[in-house]
Design a protein around this ligand. Structure first.
Ligand code: TYD
Length: 213
């Protein structure tokens, strides 16, 4: 199954914790609805009842786990998410906006935890075949900026508690993915003030809405 199988479009949002992608998410949904697209918003890990239970385990600060267990649970939640939410919505012709998807596994489990990229490639091929997002918006911020925003917002979850070194690996892996897939992944500078980020996103989406009627 590839993304061209469907009439709907699949957009994913990525970025380090504190990059501000969740803030942009609501604006993106509103923009698409105003432009006549029927859109649903979902998230990973999560998006289904089982996925949300796995999310609780994955983010729980009292639940240490092996990096490969973590990756397997992320991909288990993803398999369910594809089957129950993403594929049916794309089949109906909806646009699906997901707060994170597989690039996050390469960034966090690969770049952050140091898990083998070959194993992640294998899991990706197993769970989603050749299916990929039509577009990924990657909100890029320097580690220090993201960290400051996270700590100001709420008590940190299991990932947000990691050291700066972990997040340097996460960011490097995201940037490497963006270099590897330049036509799919759009890098957005999220270190500038919020209204400037929102403007870059809506300018870009206007262009996309014309291209994908
Ligand atoms: P996040 O989406 O940032 O939610 P919130 O804004 O509520 O904190 O939290 C999900 C966390 O899960 C985030 O730290 C990244 C991590 N994650 C992975 O490590 N691998 C993955 O494959 C996915 C989808 C998320």
């Amino acid at each position: 199954m590839t993304s061209t199988t469907f009439s709907g479009k699949f957009i994913t949002l990525e970025g380090m914790d504190g990059a501000g992608k969740s803030t942009q998410l609501q604006g993106i949904e509103k923009f698409l609805l105003e432009n006549g697209k029927s859109a649903i918003v979902t998230r990973e890990p999560g998006g289904t009842p089982l996925g949300e239970k796995l999310r609780e385990l994955l983010l729980d600060t009292g639940q240490p786990m092996h990096p490969e267990t973590e990756a397997l649970l992320m991909f288990a939640a993803r398999r369910e998410h594809l089957d129950k939410v993403i594929f049916p919505a794309l089949e109906r012709g909806d646009w699906v906006i997901s707060d994170r998807f597989t690039d996050a596994s390469f960034a966090y489990q690969g770049g952050g935890r140091g898990m083998s990229l070959r194993k992640l490639d294998d899991l990706e091929a197993w769970v989603q075949g050749k299916f990929q997002p039509d577009l990924t918006l990657y909100f890029d911020v320097p580690v220090e900026v993201g960290r400051r925003r996270v700590h100001a917002a709420k008590p940190p979850d299991r990932f947000e508690k990691e050291r700066d070194e972990f997040f340097r690996g996460v960011r490097a892996a995201y940037l490497e993915r963006a270099r590897k897939f330049p036509s799919r992944i759009r890098v957005i500078d999220a270190s500038v003030p919020l209204d400037e980020v929102t403007k870059s996103v809506s300018d870009f989406l206007s262009a996309i809405c014309h291209e994908w009627p």
